[in-house]
Write a protein that binds this ligand. Sequence first.
Ligand code: UD1
Length: 394
Amino acid sequence: MSRIKVMSIFGTRPEAIKMAPVVKALEQDARFESRVVATAQHREMLDQVMGLFEIVPDRDLGIMQANQTLTEITQRALGGLEQVFLEERPHIILVQGDTTTAFAATLAAFYQKVAVGHVEAGLRTDDIYNPFPEEMNRRLISVLGDVHFPPTELSRKHLLASGVKPQHIYLTGNTVIDAMQHILGAAQGALPPALVETKNRVLLVETHRRENLGRPMENVCKALKRLAEEFEDVEIAFSVHRNPKVREVVYGVLTDVPRVHLLEPMDYASLVQLMKKSYFTLTDSGGIQEEAPSLGVPALVLRTTTERPEGVDAGNARLVGTDEETVYEAAAQLLKDAAAYKRMSQAANPYGDGGAAQRIVQALAHHFGLTEERPAEFIPRAAAPNGAAHHVVA
Ligand code: UD1
């Protein structure tokens, strides 16, 4: 049989991070021909990741425009990808997660009767408007997709409940852990010296979600200001997203507040390095919620709901929402209460073990009949009460 042509498609920073290990694994497997298409829904933030992982896209649609609407992103991605699929006829495309790029690529593939594999499938909240539009994007991808790679047992259950057939599901773990392990071993970040040298406790902050834009984000920033003013041994490192709607609020409240560092979007190596050094993190980012438990870094999640409850169940994460008082109280408690801190800072790996990309490649081989063997499934490891890691027996 000729090689299976697999086209990996991504448009934003987190998709590129989570797809990079899969692209690398496909490139090394002679059974597959790997093609990479960037919609470039994001420009600078995407290029940073592709440079770091040394990925050069075969096609780059360059769709980003300032203050783009969801409709515009969808239209430009749909049109551009239809052309690519007509010209290249891949056997299967791979999409990741729940962005507009992932959904538009899936729809464009469906129209051309091209198969779709969904990396990080089956995540759910019970609210279609939270996160918006991501919750609906992933549900629609589950309906249109052909092969599904849920990271956890819970996400597999969601897929089964959505009517996906068990034989089309491969439990792989999350590729973000593969990416993080690779970068920790391979690249040196470039952090501001003040953050490298400080003996103070560093809080890492990243927030960008649509449902948090405006007032919720302003509340969070006010809570951060109070924390910086009250705790003199704390440095707040805020990686500020390129979205102008994020920047306006963050700079408005936090410019010139002592010990608050407003940083340009950090490259992934620096972000991971800083996360490792952090006392805890405050975030609405999905990736950071997944990475932090593996590093034993507590996460206060700036959302009212999460599609990633595994970290909360493992004790590493807590949902604190975006109310100023609640965010302030939760962070202040972690700073003051050593026992509470210890409970949240034990390493666990509910999301992945670094082997997800290999499992996905093996699953693709199985799906296309190149092997009869299904890949072994991901088994999570939880933090033991004494802080040591142990395996959860399924
Ligand atoms: C998108 C994804 C979200 C993901 C996030 C990661 C959707 C609907 N949302 O949200 O799921 O968590 O990316 O960052 O797909 N911009 C730049 N340069 C860049 C990147 C963004 O200038 O490199 C600006 C643009 O003005 C753009 C704005 O940021 O209009 C927002 O980007 P957009 O892709 O619309 O949404 P995100 O909020 O980034």
